[in-house]
Design a protein around this ligand. Structure first.
Ligand code: LIP
Length: 258
């Protein structure tokens, strides 16, 4: 997974340098796909198929591709943070997860601009390059920084987001919106944020990040405190001290709105 990400990132860095020349089309209002997304996804599929023939794929651009091996499936976002990428904002990554018999067991999130390779495998811990990762040790909400995703034109959930942010911003040390769910989760695993939440998120945005946070000692659930993040599109990740607190705040926001 790391070799494939590094190989694909070479072209991505080149394209980022000349982003204004890229072909871009719309998948929906404010939802872009560029020739860089498609090229990167194709290369990742080629590399991973060579390494593990027969595994299936769930791709942001290409959709679901069945494999002869029905136990194993790669879940891939070729550029997470596409809008950042297309605006020349150096905060985007390649996200690759391996799902085995319905469970995500390995994840790689590669941020090529700073050469940060976040990687984890179930039971083997989470790493940033060679350094072992641990979620932050902060225990108090008033010391905590949380990341989130903000809906935009054409996306649902504007009112719910405002209700959530109103609850969270009144109790914590800060909220960050950097534009890449995969990097948000990787930063939670690295202890840079105390937590992250988002609604309406797709499986390829979060699959790799989920195993990173878990292997760094954090908790990841959906809004009901269960493990259905990939199917519900709802994710709440935090260190072991603050997960129940942020989940409670978000559910207060939901109860208030319903
Ligand atoms: C993005 C996510 C981000 C979310 C955006 C978008 P993309 O993924 O990483 O967290 O808020 O709406 O879904 O489209 O760059 O792969």
């Amino acid at each position: 997974m790391m070799n494939a990400a590094r190989k694909a990132a070479r072209g991505l860095i080149r394209d980022f340098g000349e982003v204004e020349n890229l072909q871009v089309s719309m998948k929906g209002p404010a939802d872009f796909v560029s020739s860089a997304d498609l090229k990167t996804e194709k290369l990742l599929c080629q590399e991973l198929s060579k390494a593990r023939p027969g595994y299936g794929f769930l791709l942001e651009e290409g959709g679901a591709v069945a494999g002869s091996d029905t136990s194993n499936r790669w879940i891939i976002d070729p550029i997470d943070g596409t809008t950042n990428f297309l605006h020349g904002i150096p905060h985007f990554c390649i996200s690759i997860a391996l799902e085995r018999d319905g469970e995500v067991i390995a994840g790689v999130v590669y941020e090529p601009i700073h050469d940060e390779m976040f990687h984890a495998e179930k039971g083997a811990g989470a790493y940033l390059n060679e350094r072992r990762l641990r979620v932050s040790a902060r225990r108090k909400l008033e010391e905590a920084v949380f990341a989130t995703g903000i809906p935009f034109k054409g996306r649902p959930g504007h009112e719910q987001f405002v209700a959530d942010a109103t609850q969270v911003m009144a109790t914590c040390a800060g909220i960050r919106r950097f534009g890449s769910a995969a990097l948000d989760l990787a930063y939670v695993a690295a202890g840079r944020y105390e937590g992250y939440w988002e609604s309406g998120i797709r499986p390829w945005d979060i699959a790799a990040g989920i195993v990173l946070v878990k292997e760094a000692g954090g908790y990841v659930t959906d809004m009901d405190g269960k493990g259905e993040m990939l199917t519900t599109g709802e994710v709440v990740a935090a260190n072991d001290h603050l997960h129940s607190s942020i989940l409670k705040l978000l559910n207060t926001a939901r109860a208030a709105k319903s």
